[in-house]
Design a protein around this ligand. Structure first.
Ligand code: NAG
Ligand code: NAG
Length: 271
């Protein structure tokens, strides 16, 4: 579906090297990406909508469960995730109408709408699989498979993470990323045993285990918290965390709603 791209945003992407805005039914937004008016993040019955009236609204089915209360405050508003992990609704390229407020170190973050309708900002990125990034990225608007592993979960056969043609799963005990179009293995842990599973530990370390024995590890740890491993649209597996901000639809505590001085720090594009 074609969405008219505001000129101001085109200028913004030219100046700051933003990733191309994506039209999406996807459920992860990465640092440097934007949701423009009319675009959504969706996961099952949950939807985060950047509406053309400038409001940012979270829906469960047809019912709105949270909003940023920015309706009518501008035209061509957009949602962006900054390099300090702050989520912002802006108008006129730089003018911030709403912010998630929680800031952290400079890095790469990910905003996730999970299958329980919770919004979370995870970052900075801690680890990435070393396979080559795929170019010629396919349409991101049709992905409804699960491609995020949360730190409370295990990935055990036959479960797989899938994003378009990319799959993360076990071949026996070997954890592999493969391309289902070509059958090619893009990355693997080369672990050997009978029954294995992958686990994202509370400190962000990704491990492959046979019973309780570690056979492989990403060797990247950080403070305890909630982490995610995401199979990205470029065929790489990334670990982000810990969680620095979250919004649970069952939590009706007020959120900051304010105007801020103009700032603009969507700097480098991804990588
Ligand atoms: C966003 O969701 C609404 C409601 O389902 C839909 O009408 C609209 O087309 C979606 N936007 C895009 C760009 O898919
Ligand atoms: C912001 O960060 C603080 C400190 O880590 C945390 O206690 C708080 O819950 C966060 N706010 C939200 C809305 O997630």
């Amino acid at each position: 579906m074609a969405i008219p791209i505001p000129l101001a945003l085109l200028a913004l992407s030219a100046i700051f090297g933003l990733l191309p805005p994506h039209t999406t039914a996807d459920h992860v937004l990465y640092t440097g990406e934007v949701l423009m008016a009319g675009q959504n993040l969706t996961n099952g019955q949950y939807r985060l909508a950047m509406q053309s009236n400038c409001d940012l609204v979270l829906y469960e089915g047809e019912t709105s469960t949270w909003r940023a209360n920015t309706a009518g405050k501008g035209n061509d508003c957009y949602l962006g995730l900054k390099h300090n992990g702050e989520l912002v609704v802006r108008r006129n390229v730089h003018y911030t109408l709403w912010s998630s407020s929680n800031k952290s170190k400079k890095g790469k973050y990910a905003l996730v709408l999970d299958h329980h309708g919770k919004l979370g900002i995870y970052g900075q990125r801690r680890w990435a699989s070393n396979n080559q990034k795929e170019t010629g990225i396919l349409d991101r608007s049709v992905v409804s498979t699960e491609y995020v592993l949360y730190s409370s979960e295990r990935l055990a056969p036959p479960k797989k993470l899938k994003y378009n043609n990319y799959e993360l799963g076990f071949k026996k005990c070997n954890l592999v990323i493969s391309d289902s179009r070509t059958g090619k293995l893009l990355w693997q842990t080369s672990t050997e045993a009978n029954t294995c599973y992958a686990q994202l530990e509370a400190d962000g370390e990704l491990t492959v285990k046979h019973h309780n024995n570690r056979l492989w590890s990403s060797n990247k740890k950080s403070e305890d918290g909630a982490y995610i491993a995401v199979l990205r649209f470029d065929g790489r597996l990334n670990v982000f965390g810990p969680l620095i901000w979250s919004l649970d639809r069952t939590d009706d505590s007020p959120l900051p709603e304010a105007s801020f001085p103009p700032t603009g720090d969507f700097t480098a594009s991804d990588e």
